[in-house]
Design a protein around this ligand. Structure first.
Ligand code: SIN
Length: 309
């Protein structure tokens, strides 16, 4: 993707009340009082999106890292079509959890079909992670659309990894300077499968599809040029070139630092929310809900670029 470095004055334009009149004023972008995130009000994604409106959303996504589109009563077709505006879509390796007829949609769900088979990945996101960080080209972002929400729990937490890097103690910044880390889809797969036996055993073909990848511990965002920490407790297995104990110790310190409460926005879902987050800037975590309550969402995942460090 082409780098677009905007001057600081442009950063305010996405939510400035003084923005010029025109199609871009048709909806409101309201930043949250948090380390990240903004909600988009008054936009109907069933309607075609004008190029200048898309540009405004793009700028806001880079500024706030999470956009919450409220009250989106959209079909899977519209969800896929809006997601494609941001780039080509990934198809998740767990094909059995696709929405039938829509291979780009992963069902994040604790529901079962009539035959008792799980409809979706019920334990998606139980450890902090960035989606598809185990790929050579990790994801740009993910769009999660609420279908059915529990009356209690089920929140999603997001942690700002630009701030995490900027607020890192100097000694840790020096320790990770120029370092790379390995990310693997298999890192905790068996642990999760033992907890949740409905997770399928992976075939050889699936394992070949998710070969580990190595990325800079501090990545440079390809569009804004900002640095961000890029390790997670779910997928990062080791820091390349360090003895195992040093690597474990350093990663533990980074995991702890990167998800401190002051870096986190907690999303409490509302009906028909569509949440679009930047996997290059954030980690996220599903907080879980009581197993007796139903939770069902649809996720698309936009392809990203090779990491820069
Ligand atoms: C995910 O990690 O994509 C799922 C997050 C959630 O279910 O809240």
């Amino acid at each position: 993707m082409t780098a677009i470095a905007l001057p600081p004055s442009a950063r305010a334009s996405s939510h400035s009340p003084a923005a010029p009149a025109g199609p871009s004023d048709a909806f409101e972008i309201r930043p949250f009082d948090a380390a990240l995130g903004a909600e988009v009000l008054g936009l109907d994604l069933n309607q075609p999106l004008a190029d200048d409106d898309f540009a405004r959303l793009h700028r806001a996504h880079l500024d706030h890292h999470v956009l919450v589109f409220r009250d989106q009563r959209i079909s899977p077709v519209a969800h896929v079509s809006f997601s494609r505006r941001w780039g080509p879509l990934e198809v998740h390796v767990l094909r059995n959890f696709q929405l039938p007829g829509h291979p780009e949609i992963l069902q994040v769900s604790n529901l079962r079909d009539e035959a008792g088979q799980p409809l979706g990945l019920g334990d998606a996101g139980v450890f902090w992670h960035s989606d598809l960080s185990y790929k050579e080209k990790p994801s740009l972002g993910s769009l999660l659309h609420a279908q059915e929400l529990p009356a209690e729990g089920g929140d999603t937490l997001f942690a700002n990894q630009h701030l995490a890097y900027e607020q890192l103690p100097q000694a840790l910044k020096i320790a990770i300077e120029g370092r790379k880390a390995e990310h693997s889809y298999l890192a905790r797969y068996e642990e999760l499968r033992l907890r949740n036996p409905w997770r399928p055993r992976l075939s050889d073909a699936q394992i070949a599809e998710v070969k580990p990848a190595v990325h800079p511990v501090v990545r440079i965002h390809p569009e804004t040029g900002r640095r961000a920490l890029f390790v997670s407790e779910h997928f990062t297995t080791r820091i390349v070139g360090l003895p195992d104990d040093e690597s474990r110790d350093l990663l533990a310190q980074l995991f702890d630092h990167s998800t401190r409460p002051r870096l986190v926005y907690r999303h409490r879902w509302q009906p028909h929310d569509l949440v679009f987050w930047d996997n290059r800037s954030l980690l996220h975590l599903a907080s879980g809900c009581p197993p007796t309550l139903r939770r069902h969402l649809h996720r698309t995942t936009v392809e990203g670029d090779a990491t820069l460090g």
